[in-house]
Design a binder for this molecule. Sequence first.
Ligand SMILES: [Zn+2]
Length: 444
Amino acid sequence: MVTETILVGNGTLITLGEKNRVIKNGAVLIEGNIIKDLGKTDELKSKNPGSEFIDASGKAVMPGLICAHHHLYSTFARGMAIPGEPAKNFVEILEKLWWKLDNALTKEDIYYSSLIPLIECVRNGTTTIIDHHESQSYQKGSLDEIARAVEEVGIRASLCLGTSDRYERGKEGLEENERFLSLLSSRPSQLVKGMVGLHATFTVNDNTLDKSVWLAKKSGVGIHVHCAEDRADEGENLKKYNMRVVERLNSHGALGEKSIAVHCVHVNEKEINILKATGTNVVHNPESNMNNAVGCADVLGMMGKGIEVGLGTDGMSSDMLSQMRCAYLIHRHEKKDPQVAFLEAPTMLLNNNPKIVKRVTGWRVGEIAKGALADIILIDYLPPTSLNENNFLGHLIFGLVDATVDTTICDGKILMRDKKLVGLDEKFIAQKASQLASELWKRL
Ligand SMILES: [Zn+2]
C-alpha cells in the first residue's frame, strides 16, 4: 500500500526552527502526519509525481502557530451584559464575570463554546493550544466535551481543568483531572494531551495543591496555573500562608520543566530566580494583562535570565500573530525604549512556544523540518520588499501579522483550504452557540 502524500509548492517557505531558512519557490512534502521532505518546488515535484499538489503561489508557507495559554470556555462572555457598576479591579472582574460564567456552563455549553475558538484557531493558523478550562457548574466529564470538539476541528490541544476551592469543589476538580489523564493513558489521542490544572494559588488550599502535585508526578505531567496575575494573588498568599505565590508553589513541588506559570506580572526578583532554578515555563498574555489592567510583566528581564517565556492569549482571541505584535508594542511602550522587543516578542511565539509544547506534550511542532509533525499554514503574502532569513522578523511584525491565512493543515490533514473550512458547518455551530449563550445569559 502506498501512503498518500501532499506536496505544498510554489510558495515562500519559511521553515523557522533552529536553522530558519527562507526558500523561494519552496515546497514541503507531507507523508501521513509527518513532514517528509522540503526544498525547491521543481525538485520535489519531479521526485513525487503522484502527490496531491497544493499551489502556494503568492503565499508564505510556515509552521502552524502555537497558543501557550488559552481559555476555550470564555466564548459566551462575548457581548454579555454585566449588571451594576463596572468591575473596579481584577478580583471584581473575576467575581462579576468569569466566576459567574464558569459556574453556569452546561455540558452542551462547554462543547459549543469550545468549537467557536477552535474554528478561530484554524482561521488564524493556530494549530496547537495549551488550554486551561474552568466550569464549576459542570466539572466531571467537562474535559471529554472539549476533547471531542478538539478532535472534530482537528487541531492539537493540551487540556486541563483549573481546580479551585472557591466553592469547595476542589476535590471534584482534582478528580476530573485524574479521570481525564487516566483516560488518555488508556486511550491515547493523536491530538489531545493533558496536564494538571489549578486556577491560581489564592483560590487553592494546601491540601488541593499537594494532591494536584502528587497527581501530576504520578501522571508524568506538569501543573498549569495562573501565577501572580494581579497584586491580589500575592497579597492573599502572603496573608494566609506568609509566602509569595512562586515560593508557595515551589514549597509544594509544583514547579519544574513541565509546569506552566501563567502571567507572572507581580513576581519579585526572588521569585524570578526560583522560576529560573526550577526550569519552569512562563507564559505571557499581554492583551489580557492590558484588558484587565493588571500591569506589564517583566518578561524581557525573565528571558534575559534564561527563563523560557512563551506567548498565550488567555482566551482573548486565537490570533497569535496579533498577540505577538501586542507583546512587541507593550514592552517598547513600557520601557520607553525603541531597541527592545523586536527579537523577544517573535522569540516567545516562534522559538519558545514550540519548546514549551515539546516539554509539556512531547509534540515536535513549530518548524518545517524533516520528521516534524505536519502542521503547516499558508498565508496570503506577496513580499513588497525583499524577504530573506535576515529580515524575516520585519516582514513578520509589519506585514504577515495582518495577512490572511488561506490554508491550514494539522497532523497532515487539510482543515481549511482557500479560506473554506473542511467538514465543519460553521454557520450551524455559530447559530447553536448563540442560542446556548442567550439561554446562559438568562440563567445568570
Ligand atoms: Zn488564563
